[in-house]
Design a protein around this ligand. Sequence first.
Ligand SMILES: [Zn+2]
Length: 205
Amino acid sequence: MNTFAPPVQRLVTELSKLPGVGNRTAQRLAFHILRASAEDATALSDAIREVKERIVLCEVCFNLADEPRCRICQDPRRDHGAICVVEEPSDVIPMERTHEYDGVYHVLGGALSPIDGVDPDDQRIDELYARVAGVEGQPPVREVVLATNPTTTGEATALHIAEELRRRSPGLTVTKLASGLPVGADLEYADEVTLGKAFAGRRSV
Ligand SMILES: [Zn+2]
């Protein structure tokens, strides 16, 4: 039998689904919300509802957006001749924090994992090739920076894309972040100094 009234239990259950939140933390958060003003609690639930209703994927780069195109793709000051390839929208944030990169992005939506049966069709790789091949009204793409996670699947994805890009676009510069990032970790956990150095030291592949 649950100790809590069903609505409280429901909140605890939902909160405990969040990453890094165990049952104990979920209970603490639930009691915090119960003590909070109705206004604050509603603001939290509205914020959750709003991101689910309003946030879409950018039609160009598949980053998060609240319009058909994300702010980065819309920005004329960005270098649209350079595309940085990352696995997830959350990987754009650490790259932006380095202040080293002023190009645009391409978010794959995951990494290739032949072992888990993830094949290239599951990621937005064809969309990347289409962008590199040229989009009307956009400057030609000079460089693709592969910034997948320094994990087995991230490396496999970078190799696969690099090979294919070399075959399709011989004149294109394809680079990869320099090593030095903690192996096995996700880009989103890298600090901006380390990631900035990895970007500055990127090499052709
Ligand atoms: Zn975009």
